[in-house]
Design a protein around this ligand. Structure first.
Ligand SMILES: [Cu+2]
Length: 603
């Protein structure tokens, strides 16, 4: 451990003081040196604390009792640790000021993290280790707090870009060295969680229980190992779906600490609109990544096309016209709603109308669609079709989505963009803004895409969308406003006794983890989980269970519920951390009497 200085973003961005791990003879690094060995390797680690503070190091001996696996090192002290890494998996070690733990770290000791990967014999899939960490300087009366969040020591757009060949399987080992949850979203592909752990021990998920996911929560100081098949070429992202973990909230660029000329330029560049490419929506490859204001916990993935790659044809597509608009004084405290309206027939929606949540986009599996997105805002926007396994170009990440030299750019005011694609999988998905997300999604730019094989029976197939109800009151604090089905007091759902109903739940508030519980005053109902993020669950996990689920932004889940008697339930929608609560009344009606029923008399 050494005292060091660290530049978590670009070469011109601010440098901050940290303690760092360094291998003897090498420069300090964030994260610390990787320990990667075959299972059964005996390890001798010499530790030396060259910092001015006493340090505790934890996590060096995976498999031992976590509470006892700590090494204390006074300033200047040395220690030797010998042990055998006996169980394969992904683990991590950490350092903290003595007397604290990994979860207590704020700034100077926050980057004392390193990965330990123990390989099973014959393990062969290419993998990437991603260590998430945060440097957080608390506020005092003179200044606001400062925070920067990074993956492998860098924040977007300075994170590494992962290159993969189309058709290859890739494994990500994600280490969350932060005391925060993150909804981890992979664009373009579903991933399969193979193992989860707490840094000290790991639980493997048997193959039959591995479900498909594109957004899943990683708990504080936990690890997750997943793999995915990069079936479609182009530029994709892997990022935290909390808007304020992937925007300027978690960046020091342009902060008061940043006194460079570059900071002033960057601040003005991100405030102004990026160059327009009004007719083609094709930005230049490698164009300004600052224009879309993503920062922090974002990694780019470039999938190179295989020799026989042919883009999916969208010939004979159905046209839909989706308008992005603003409705003044629609939300709490008189805030304007940002949102969507869909054209039906020739009837163009009123320019100041917004449907909350966005209109349901009912798509047919395997049928091409051309969604013409008209931007009637006075600012640029961009739409992401979250979880749909489509080509990269219409995926909606400005200056990033696309392939080769054909790169998508944001939709300028008064401009439109045609998102043409073929949805390959039936299921429930969110669609939402992917530009200035915190504000645009928070103010209403979200809705559901439902892909089906046959039309839905709306008496039995219900959609619940929980999302933003107004922008945050302070830039770095969660918005206190939420909506369920576009309302603070949502209209009741009507179900029928004896019928199996499908409840499609979309969690898309940009700031909150949400808990959904179907209950009455005495009992939590039971429902069967049937799909997650749009993908059907494997039989082994499609089980009947208490009707409670927690989801981060971007997650969806489908459940089947078969009420057995008439009555009233509530689907309680509640922020997991103290925030807001909205109950949705669920009324179970008696069975419908059929007209053909014998013995029925007409008055
Ligand atoms: Cu996050």
């Amino acid at each position: 451990m050494v005292e060091s200085a660290w530049r978590p973003e670009g070469a011109d961005d601010p440098e901050v003081p940290i303690l760092a791990f360094a291998e003897r003879g090498e420069s300090p690094s964030v994260p610390g040196p990787l320990v990667r060995v075959p299972v059964g390797t005996a390890v001798i680690l010499g530790l030396r604390n060259r910092a001015d503070s006493a340090i505790v190091i934890g996590g060096l001996r995976p498999g031992t009792d976590a509470a006892r696996d700590t090494v204390q090192l006074a300033a200047g002290a040395t220690r030797e640790v010998r042990y055998t890494l006996g169980t394969s998996g992904t683990y991590f070690y950490w350092g903290a000021f003595r007397g604290t733990t990994a979860g207590d770290r704020l700034w100077k000791d926050s980057q004392l993290n390193g990965a330990i990967v123990v390989d099973a014999p014959g393990a062969s899939m290419a993998d990437h280790i991603l260590v998430l960490s945060e440097w957080f300087l608390p506020y005092d009366e003179n200044r606001p707090f400062e925070v920067v969040s990074v993956i492998n020591g860098k924040g977007w757009p300075h994170t590494e870009t992962i290159s993969i060949a189309q058709g290859d399987s890739t494994r990500f080992r994600v280490i969350n060295a932060m005391a925060l949850h993150h909804p981890l979203h992979l664009h373009g592909f579903f991933y399969r969680i193979e193992a989860t752990g707490d840094g000290h021990s790991e639980t493997r998920v048997p193959r039959a229980r591995q479900y498909l996911s594109n957004t899943d929560l990683i708990a504080p100081l936990n690890t997750v190992t997943f793999s995915f098949l990069s079936s479609t070429p182009g530029n994709w992202l892997f990022h935290c779906h909390f808007a304020f973990h992937a925007d300027e909230t978690v960046s020091l660029a342009g902060s008061p600490r940043d006194s460079t000329e570059a900071a002033t330029l960057a601040a003005s560049a991100s405030a102004a609109s990026a160059p327009l490419h009004a007719t083609t929506h094709e930005a230049t490859a490698g164009g300004s990544a600052q224009a879309h204001m993503m920062r922090g916990l974002v990694v780019g993935i470039k999938v190179t096309p295989s020799a026989n790659y042919v883009e999916t044809s969208t010939a004979n597509a159905r046209d839909m016209h989706l308008f992005v608009q603003k409705q003044p004084e629609r939300l709490m405290l008189g805030a304007a709603a940002y949102g969507f309206a869909l054209q039906t027939g020739d009837k163009v929606p009123a320019r100041d109308s917004v449907v909350l949540p966005g209109p349901v986009l009912e798509l047919q599996r395997g049928k091409p669609v051309r969604i013409v997105v008209h931007n009637n805002l006075e600012e640029p926007t961009s739409i992401h079709w979250h979880g749909l396994e489509i080509e990269s170009f219409p995926d909606g990440v400005p200056n990033w989505s696309g392939l080769g030299s054909r790169v998508y750019s944001q939709i300028a005011p008064r401009d439109s963009f045609v998102a043409a694609f073929v949805p390959p999988r039936s299921g429930t998905y969110p669609y939402h803004s992917h530009l200035n997300d915190r504000h645009q999604i928070g103010a209403g730019m979200y809705g559901a895409v439902i892909v089906t094989d046959s039309p839905r029976d709306l008496k039995r197939d219900h959609l619940i969308v929980a999302g933003g109800g107004g922008p945050a009151l302070e830039p770095k604090i969660e918005s206190p406003f939420g909506l369920v089905n576009g309302r603070r007091f949502p209209a009741p759902l009507h179900l029928t006794v004896g019928q199996t109903h499908r409840l499609r739940i979309v969690s898309i508030h940009p700031d909150w983890r949400l808990a959904f519980t179907l209950q009455n005053d005495s009992t939590v109902a039971r429902w069967r989980a049937v799909a997650k993020d749009g993908a059907d669950l494997p039989t082994a996990v499609a089980t009947l269970r208490p009707a409670h689920v927690e989801m981060g932004p971007g997650q969806t889940a489908d459940f089947e519920f078969t009420p057995t008697r008439p009555g009233t339930w509530r689907l309680d929608v509640k922020t997991v951390e103290p925030g807001w609560y909205i109950p949705l009344t669920v009324i179970v009606d008696p069975p419908l009497r059929s007209k053909a029923a014998p013995g029925r008399t007409t008055p």
